[in-house]
Ligand binder design. Structure first.
Ligand SMILES: *Cc1c(COP(=O)(O)O)cnc(C)c1O
Length: 460
């Protein structure tokens, strides 16, 4: 048969939309979505027929294509990587209180910029400023869209047209093309690098300070470390030096944490509170890294500088939205009692999950997978990662479920798992797919097992 005559198998659009199973899809999605998806499915099938990739079209195929097409593009995935703050998988998960707050803010009108006492226009930051000041021990606070925006706004406000002194070892690039020299250029400030890659001394800063200097900037090295013959000037010394020259100091903490994780055996990192207490004038950090809240850029510090940042016209382009504010306020409230934060904020809970609990969960996952045909499952000790450039040298011991399927290569199996619904994202090593229970929720287990069942059954 000519390829073109094969096209007669394709149903007419109206006929397809009247089919009972398609009508069900219309009821659960919308006519517009189903019609749009059906048009794409028909185009795809037409092409496959013309190319000779297919000779038959039946209703189950059309329905399966339709269902795939109707899935949202932003989808839930199962994170089996053990990377807690996985930037590509959406970083922090919100606490129950934060989720509820978002729902309220998006469903109803709010006092986002309305002062309920005076009945006049209010300031959106005022909703979280008090909490942030309390938790960070700071005079003033504000919030923008993300930490990259906070750094840009701070540099532009404090140093446009003037010079900013930074240690060469802190001129970092983090993922997503955020590079300190580029942000500096965009802000209108001029970068003055001091020191060498591995060593920067107090005198290097001192020699670089001139009448053109506006700011001394300290940047957390995030996802990299210089080890061996190294030295950086500690933040308190930078503050002392800046005071001698009547200059402000800014610290971009990157992840920034309100909790001192060293008491749980993690490498020590100065907290937000400690950085403020050291006298740093402007401190910036992310909302969705170790804080465990929504994407946001948080600024805490001296009132004068923060007020100037609020008034900067650039701020309007970087402002935070109401859903984010709602989630942030609720997340910060959890920190009023640290022990509650550790229990209720998913990021913190995952980071502090005990090895014993991880082993129990790994055993449960392994037990369920063992029932599948042709599957090899074993438990092994391994390491999870914090991710998000936070605590980069932290070693988080975990128990991994290692899985191998007869005659499957590791990359074929990873690919099949990504095609499951919801998709499963995992890592692999030496022919084994590794599942880390640290980032798996209880409710993920059945989906995970189902993904393997489908892979074994050749359905993916
Ligand atoms: C992550 C990070 C940023 C960017 O923060 P976002 O919230 O992702 O915009 C900036 N600076 C440092 C040091 C970081 O680690």
């Amino acid at each position: 048969m000519e390829n073109t005559s094969l096209l007669r198998q394709l149903p007419a659009m109206d006929e397809l939309l009247r089919h009972p199973e398609v009508a069900e899809l219309i009821a659960s999605h919308s006519r517009g979505m189903v019609r749009y998806a059906a048009r794409k499915v028909m185009d795809r099938l037409r092409e496959e027929l013309l190319r000779g990739d297919r000779s038959q079209v039946d209703l189950p195929t059309i329905l399966s294509y339709l269902r795939q097409e109707l899935r949202p593009r932003l989808r839930r995935v199962i994170n089996a990587t053990g990377v807690v703050l996985h930037t590509n998988l959406g970083r922090a998960l919100l606490s129950a209180r934060a989720r509820e707050a978002v729902l309220q803010a998006m469903t109803h009108y709010t006092n986002l910029e309305f002062n309920l006492l005076s009945g006049k226009r209010g300031e959106r930051y005022s909703l979280v400023e008090e909490l942030l000041c309390l938790l960070a021990g700071a005079e003033a606070a504000m919030v923008v869209n993300n930490n990259a925006a906070a750094v840009l706004l701070a540099l532009n406000t404090l140093a446009a047209g003037r010079e900013v002194v930074v240690s060469r070892g802190q001129l970092i690039e983090i993922g997503g093309s955020f590079r300190i020299p580029d942000v500096m250029r965009q802000s209108g400030a001029t970068l003055v690098e001091v020191g060498t890659t591995n060593k920067t001394h107090r005198r290097d800063y001192r020699e670089a300070i001139t009448e053109r200097t506006a700011l001394i900037l300290h940047v957390h090295m995030s996802n990299y470390r210089i080890v061996g013959f190294t030295s950086e000037v500690p933040v308190p010394e930078l503050v002392a030096l800046a005071r001698e020259h009547a200059l402000p100091v800014m610290s971009d903490l990157g992840s920034g944490s309100l909790v001192d994780f060293s008491r749980f055996g993690f490498p020590y990192e100065p907290t937000v509170q400690e950085t403020v207490a050291a006298g740093v004038d402007v401190v910036t950090f992310s909302g969705d890294k170790l804080l465990g809240g929504p994407q946001a850029g948080i600024v805490v510090g001296k009132r004068d500088y923060v007020e100037r940042m609020k008034r900067n016209p650039l701020n309007r382009a970087l402002r935070i939205d109401k859903m984010t504010l709602a989630a942030l306020e609720a997340t910060l409230q959890e920190y009023l009692e640290e022990e509650e934060a550790l229990e209720r904020i998913p990021t913190l809970r995952m980071l502090l999950c005990s090895l014993e609990e991880l082993r129990t969960r790994a055993e449960r996952v392994a037990h369920e997978l063992e029932g599948l045909e042709g599957i090899e499952v074993r438990l092994a000790e391994g390491f999870s990662q914090v991710g998000g450039g936070a605590l980069p040298t932290a070693q988080l011991p975990t128990w991994l479920v290692e899985v191998r399927l007869a005659s499957w290569g590791e990359s074929a199996l990873l690919k099949a798992l990504r095609r499951a619904d919801p998709p499963v994202v995992a890592r692999a090593e030496k022919g084994w797919v590794l599942l880390d229970p640290r980032t798996l929720a209880e409710e993920d287990f059945p989906w995970l097992v189902n993904a393997f069942r489908q892979a074994v059954g050749g359905e993916l």
